[in-house]
Design a binder for this molecule. Sequence first.
Ligand code: HEM
Length: 647
Amino acid sequence: MTLHEVLMMQPPYSKRTGLDKALDKAEAKGSLAALSLLPGPWAEAQTREDKLRLLELDWMANQEGIQLQLYAAYQERYGDKGLGSNIAVPTVVMHSKVTEKVSPDKEPSPWDSAIVQRVMARVILADPADAERVARIHVRKEPNFGVLMDSVISTTDNEHWREQRQHLVEAFLPLSSLAKILPVSLARAKECANRLGKMAEDGPVDMSDFLLHEAQAQLQLALLGAPESLMEETNAGIRKTFMFHPEAKLGVLSNAMKEIMKVAQEDQTLGLPSDGCPVRGPLSRALQTGKFHASTDYGNLLLILFAGHDTTGHTMTWLTFELARNPDIQKKVQEEVDQFFRCLNGRDPTYQDLSRFDVLDKCITETLRLWPAVANGTFRQLQFSEELSGQGGKQVTLPKGTLVTISNWCRHRNPDLWGQDADNFNPWRNFATEEMARVGCPMAAMTPQSARFSPFAHNPRSCLGKNFAQMEMRLILSYLFHKFEFALAPPYDALADTTIKASDTNPKNFRGINSGGTMGPMDLEHGGAVSDNERYLAACSEILGDKLGSEPESLRRAFTEKGVQPGMSNLIQTCLKRKRPAWMFQTVFCESCRFANLKIGMLRTDTLYESCEGEFVSHRGDQAGLHGSQVGASACVQTFATACVCS
Ligand code: HEM
């Protein structure tokens, strides 16, 4: 099993055991210093109760996928530059931490890490100049992607990042790699248009699911060189696991990874440009030839299976959604793609041909602005102290180690940067030259970016897969808009003329759900919001007052009628009374298959407090039938279950 699969067994809301202690520790360690330097909700939190409520709301908003909208509401309420205000928020983070005691007979190593929760301050950088500068010079990541081990996206060691990046980048070179694998991508794009035609015969199609499937297919077939049968077998299962779908099955993701690794190891026809043979499945080849530790290869495959499909699938879904809402623009795209195919006069497009698009380019760029699939942008931890813009234009100095989120959401939606129509889809807006992608030429390697726009993050730690994403999106979308006209089916048709605002904190309204790292559309057919949003609504209304209209009042009444006091502190206290054991993980690597085994250990919460200084880990292992004997107070952790995929 992968750690991601184990996390899938967690309840939607973590048990808040120890939040009080964690807050004490954070205050004692100075981890909340940024909260007094920048505007934000903390200044209004008069009592300890208020502070705990803020932390609980932040956690719940995260679980609901609405955290960025909440931050936008904070910016409008507490900052003096609206969505352009740098603010600071208190938050509960999940950080990976090298564990000293995970195995008594073994020295700690970077990949023996546990996921720990801490209370910390997070700065949301929204001032465009500050955002760009910090992204470019503070390359060090926050350690919040522990599930991905020490992969290129997650490593906090800048040298290790550089080595991986230099090695993997060859698979994404526009002319020497992508142009060579385009025929595989193209064949799948044609197939996808046929597939949609058949599906549409039975009525409306869930385009989000369809496009996520196609993006996963493109990734496996073209970049990883996997056989079609393996792709079809694993596609849906991998996606369900990543989205914590209720039908997701344990072991599906790890078995798929094992099979894909096997192909990468055994298929002699795979090649990178530098191998001097035809380029095929270049990314699989790159994953095999890096000479990195197995934890790095494992993390990179896991990362690529997720980031390589989810981002692109969501971007294409948002684009289709916006064109369905804007039939005039859709018509212009259709005219352009029809003309594109006419010019080809029956031959297949090449990579260079993709440079002919203009309207489609503009629509993709506008989609990346309005609905940035990676809406969080990037998470950094300051490598040295940094001066940036505070309230009233005053410069403030943030200490080294401060957590900084260079969020795309607020900068991409800021009317001061984009005009009063910032919440609307307008591909004709005045994008700067450096914001537009150039696809199909050597310049395609450039990252589309500016101070106000960074859908793929800023260089040097920008997206590695952007060139592939730009290529596959143009292929898929040109075939789809050549063949089909898209309209919104019920219940989505009700959204035809609505403006979806960046700071709408009501989880019941249609919105982007930013969960698991990417922002996809809310599913109106299967219950809408993720979970439990009455608690979120009540907490949100306590903190943002009238932001949610009258609804919270009726909820409050409903709570009172049932004899339940609304307010998060009750929930926290209830959890505190129930002392539950917690879980810890260690991943070790099999000598023969270099693949991961996950060891699952159980911790006593009281022991954990002593050993981990107020940090806590909690998982619902008991619900997954992973019972083990509880260890004595003297030992910190006992490994009792090993899930090996090499058998
Ligand atoms: C529209 C599609 C995509 C968008 C909007 C996107 C966006 C991003 C963003 C914002 C980051 C920075 C994240 C962070 O710092 O935490 C990133 C990193 C990354 N992306 Fe993408 N991505 C897309 C497609 C892809 C694809 C198709 C792949 C692989 C096949 C990929 C692979 C990566 C990798 C490996 C990194 C880490 C780079 C590093 O840290 O040096 N992405 N992406």
